[in-house]
Write a protein of this length. Structure first.
Length: 460
């Protein structure tokens, strides 16, 4: 391990470009919905099923991480994967624009596009993890890098929300781009964004791996060459051994439970459109405000809270989240109008506050995942943790859907919506006792030149 020759540090702009593209891809969301509903004439249930297929590739992120760590392509472990992901993403959206003519074709292309985005996300995260784990890296460094990435995603989301809404101002409504040119043109425009990932990949100063098909030894930088290389099988054994450590699997349990609490977001969206009569224009403004608030949340964390202990941030954001989450009851009951606040204004303000707080609470989870990843399996382990997080989100949405059905909240019956919102909001307190599962090392700075806590150094 001592004779590994590290490659030049990978620059933060590379993962930032990947996250920027993720935000820009939001331009296609309304186009996909319109295409399925109007062009293909699919029923609502089928539309939901088809669009949900795009989430499947995000559930197997460890596979991409394992391949990136263990199987270099064309002599590179990062550059080649990012370049291919960008090309596949562009091909998927081009296919949507030119030849998608059935639900099956749309599912295939959505899965391909989503897989390219998910794989690029894994590789970008591994770059961040490698930077975080360099000697002398601190929790502040980790927070800054994660903030850079998510600020880029928020900036892309803001750009796509504004572009979709304001590019043709004479229409004065969300989806004017889709309305004037059709969803296929939007798909072709979207196809240009993944090419930014390919361009960023070519700019990585990564050294070529001497022996294709093997992974550089632990501690090597991306693309390092090492006489003592590992093959995929020993790496899998190493990953299994690392994953069994309490310092790894206990935080993983916490991350899952933290994300697995039920939500009432879908029911609230039905309430806003069917009961309050929010137009697409209003919903577009809410989405734009949400994107701006997400960027603000990243800024709050980066400039004010990134040196604060993670457990303290998670505790207080949970408590504040319950208090702010319950304000949705004012909109459900109409109490906001008693205060002289219109439904639209209250929804905008409520979205802004909840999104800022949610982003502040989400950033520590990313920092936690990056800091507990040992060297040599950065991409694989971080991807595993992110898949656990995504699985928790899926479970939370499923629990929210089940709770919605159990309470009898439908598209035209909102009698028990207030109870649903209350139960979902209070459920976010359930993970708090699990905060003690987090190892104390996550709140400690690494010593200069060190590689982590005692357990991490022992494993390496």
């Amino acid at each position: 391990m001592t004779d590994c020759v590290p490659s030049p540090p990978l620059p933060p702009p590379t993962p930032a470009a990947v996250y920027l593209v993720q935000g820009l891809l939001g331009l296609s969301r309304l186009a996909v919905f319109t295409f399925l509903k109007d062009n293909l004439g699919l029923a609502p249930a089928t539309v939901a099923l088809v669009t949900s297929s795009g989430y499947a590739p995000w559930m197997i992120k460890p596979v991409y991480g394992f391949l990136s760590d263990a199987v270099p392509l064309f002599g590179y472990r990062r550059r080649s994967y990012l370049a291919i992901c960008g090309l596949l993403g562009a091909a998927a959206w081009t296919g949507m624009g030119l030849c998608a003519d059935s639900a099956h074709a749309v599912v295939l292309l959505l899965v391909l596009g989503s897989a390219s985005t998910a794989c690029a996300d894994v590789v970008a995260d591994s770059v961040v993890v490698q930077l975080v784990r360099r000697p002398g890296s601190t929790m502040s460094t980790a927070g800054s890098l994660q903030s850079l990435c998510w600020a880029s995603a928020s900036a892309g989301g803001i750009a796509s929300a504004y572009f979709r809404r304001a590019w043709l101002p004479r229409c004065g409504a969300v989806g004017s781009l889709v309305g004037d040119y059709g969803p296929r043109i939007v798909f072709l425009l979207t196809a240009a964004f993944p090419l930014l990932v390919t361009g960023a990949a070519l700019a990585i100063p990564e050294e070529r791996v001497r022996a294709p098909g093997v992974m550089a030894g632990a501690g090597a930088g991306a693309g390092s060459s090492a006489p003592g290389s590992r093959s995929p099988s020993p790496q899998a054994a190493l990953l299994w051994g690392i994953g069994r450590q309490p310092s790894i699997f206990l935080p993983a349990i916490f991350v899952f439970v933290w994300q697995a609490t039920p939500t009432a977001d879908t029911a609230m969206l039905f309430f806003e459109t069917n009961k309050l009569g929010f137009t697409p224009d209003v919903l577009g403004e809410i989405r734009l405000v949400g994107a701006l608030a997400s960027l603000a949340g990243v800024g709050v964390y980066n400039f004010l809270l990134k040196k604060t202990p993670l457990r303290k941030i998670l505790l207080w954001t949970s408590l504040a989240g319950v208090a702010l989450g319950l304000t949705q009851l004012m909109l459900v009951t109409g109490f906001n109008r008693t205060l002289g606040l219109s439904d639209e204004l209250f929804a905008l303000a409520d979205t802004a506050l909840l999104t800022v707080l949610g982003q502040v609470a989400f950033m520590p989870l990313l920092v936690l995942a990056a800091r507990i990843c040992p060297e040599g399996v950065e991409a694989t382990l971080f991807a595993t943790l992110m898949s656990i997080l995504n699985s928790g989100m899926f479970v939370g949405n499923a629990l929210g859907s089940g709770l919605t059905a159990w309470l009898g909240v439908t598209g035209d019956n909102f009698d028990r919506l207030a109870l649903l919102v209350t139960l979902c909001t209070l459920s976010s307190l359930l993970p708090l006792p699990l905060l003690r599962l987090l190892p104390e090392e996550v709140d400690r700075e690494r010593p200069e030149g060190g590689e982590g806590g005692p357990e991490e150094r022992k494993e390496s």
